[in-house]
Design a protein around this ligand. Structure first.
Ligand code: CU
Length: 228
């Protein structure tokens, strides 16, 4: 699951162009020449957008220019307040999940551990993996600390209270919903399974679908570290 968007900026520009052309067509007196010109411009904009989207050098979904996932304010697994700006200079990956998750979360974190190893010592140091819990009720600071660092000592767990969690999920277009279990505290949580990737300048660039092999992620992170 997770947002399936491609070429966020390009789509935004297409939508803006369509809105502009439509507004011109409405406000101008009927003029077939102008209408043909407008339709021609629209076709050109769309084909340029398609061409641009097809040219992405990345293996994962390029969402450069997306209007969401811009900032967060949460507490890390040591109790320190954290924002996205704290990680400038590194490629940052953000994934939302919960400790009791049986499959998606441990698989994703294991993949990110492999990614960090495959990047090697030098590039690996410029990758910051963040795990945001959507289950702050059960995922205490201490449990988060044990959980994320078991995958890699550099990984950081983030949490907020129920309200902050709902807010960050909205801001990052993340879906999460409790699914009742056999007893009140054995519930699980359905949640978006994709990972967001930020470039060293702190811009949201890629969406990685669940199950992507580490090699594809490593290739894309190397491109971002090289300033692509
Ligand atoms: Cu999960």
């Amino acid at each position: 699951m997770g947002p399936r968007l491609t070429g966020g900026a390009l789509h935004a520009s297409v939508i803006a162009s369509i809105a502009f052309i439509q507004s011109r067509m409405r406000s101008m007196p009927r003029n077939p020449k102008l209408a043909r010109f407008a339709i021609g411009v629209l076709a050109l904009v769309i084909s340029l957008a398609a061409y641009g989207a097809g040219k992405s050098p990345f293996k994962n979904t390029d969402i450069t220019g997306a209007g969401y996932g811009k900032a967060f304010r949460l507490t890390d697994h040591t109790g320190k307040a954290r924002t996205l700006e704290d990680f400038r200079g590194s490629v940052v990956t953000i994934f939302f999940g919960f400790i009791h998750c049986p499959d998606v979360c441990p698989t994703t974190l294991a993949t990110m551990k492999a990614v960090k190893q495959e990047l090697g010592r030098k590039d690996g140091k410029r990758l910051q993996v963040l795990f945001v819990t959507v289950d702050p009720e059960r995922d205490t600071e201490e449990l988060l600390s044990q959980y994320v660092t078991a995958f890699d000592p550099s990984f950081i767990g983030l949490r907020g209270d129920a309200k902050a969690t709902a807010q960050v999920a909205r801001d990052f277009m993340i879906f999460y919903q409790k699914a009742t279990g056999a007893t009140p505290d054995t519930y699980t949580i359905d949640h978006s399974a994709g990972t967001y990737v930020y470039d060293p300048a702190g811009r949201l660039r890629l969406h990685v679908s669940y199950g992507q092999p580490s090699e594809a992620i490593v290739t894309d992170i190397r491109l971002l570290l090289a300033g692509k």
